[in-house]
Design a protein around this ligand. Structure first.
Ligand code: UDP
Ligand code: MG
Length: 161
């Protein structure tokens, strides 16, 4: 089981980011990956997967009592997603800020949702909202062997030490 806060050989947070089915259908995968790369976070895991309704329900288990849960999990299992783990200093909260607010109406221009989508039900991207959800989501979508511990040469230019 992989912790969200570092693993042997790493010292930074890890967060689970997924381009939802609408983002994949709209051809926004490259745009979204480019933003995380440009920020300086490190991509340590990536796969395309078509979630089942059961996987969608497990992923969004915290929201199971919400009126939108059935529609949300139908939508999340309606096509492939691009599941990723990004690593970096403050990557969980920093990633959430890059996403923008849940309702894109309130998302600032410059954020992913502020720039690329319009309504809450089609807000194109998921990001872990804290260390506990990051750990749950990383372990739900990836086996430990699918998450990499490689060093990046550019780390010396992103961090001081
Ligand atoms: N959602 C929705 N209606 C709502 C609130 C949320 O359809 O009133 C969907 C939306 O796609 C959102 C997802 O449920 O991204 C998960 O909700 P959460 O509050 O966790 O927002 P997020 O963490 O994605 O910003
Ligand atoms: Mg959430």
């Amino acid at each position: 089981k992989l912790p969200a806060h570092g693993v042997p050989g790493t010292k930074y947070e890890r967060t689970f980011i997924a381009v939802k089915p609408d983002g994949v259908q709209r051809g926004l995968v490259g745009n979204i990956i480019a933003r995380f790369e440009a920020k300086g976070y490190k991509l340590v895991a990536l796969k395309m997967v078509w979630p089942t309704k059961e996987m969608a329900s497990k992923h969004y288990a915290d929201l199971s009592s919400k009126p939108f849960f059935n529609g949300l999990t139908d939508f999340f299992s309606s096509g492939p997603i691009v599941a990723m783990v990004w690593e970096g200093d403050n990557a969980i909260l920093g990633g959430r800020k890059m996403l923008g607010t849940t309702n894109p109406r309130d998302s600032e221009p410059g954020s992913i949702r502020g720039d690329l989508c319009v309504i809450t039900g089609r807000n194109i991207i998921h990001g872990s909202d804290g260390p506990d959800s990051a750990e749950h989501e990383i372990n739900m979508w990836f086996k430990p062997s699918e998450v990499n511990d490689h060093a990046l040469a550019e780390a010396a230019w992103v961090y001081e030490d």
